[in-house]
Ligand binder design. Structure first.
Ligand code: FES
Length: 99
């Protein structure tokens, strides 16, 4: 079983392939903003994938376009609602927003 580690708390959740990082973060009782509930329109679920980027689905055009409008975006940026866990390796993410 592969795991997702959520920073800054360091909590870990065992995960199976196919779930969005947003759903995994919420299932772990971590808090993260998700104002559009996963429609890739708000950008509030912006996270950094610190490790295991190959264990997450590739960025689609809709996500890429939204990230272009988000402040503080870097090479590790993803929208948690649009990034799906592949289950091929452990992943570490950093949650940037709290609700
Ligand atoms: S929840 Fe709005 S972009 Fe992810």
């Amino acid at each position: 079983m592969t795991t997702v580690t959520i920073m800054p708390s360091g909590s870990k959740i065992e995960a199976t392939a196919g779930a969005s990082l947003l759903s995994l973060i919420l299932a772990s009782d971590e808090r993260i903003q998700h104002n559009c509930d996963g429609k890739a329109t708000c950008g509030t679920c912006h996270i950094f994938v610190l490790e295991g980027r190959k264990g997450v689905s590739k960025i689609a055009r809709e996500e890429n376009e939204k990230l272009d409008a988000v402040v503080g975006v870097g090479s590790k940026s993803r929208l948690a609602c649009q990034a799906f866990f592949l289950g091929t390796e452990d992943v570490t993410v950093e949650v940037l927003s709290f609700r």
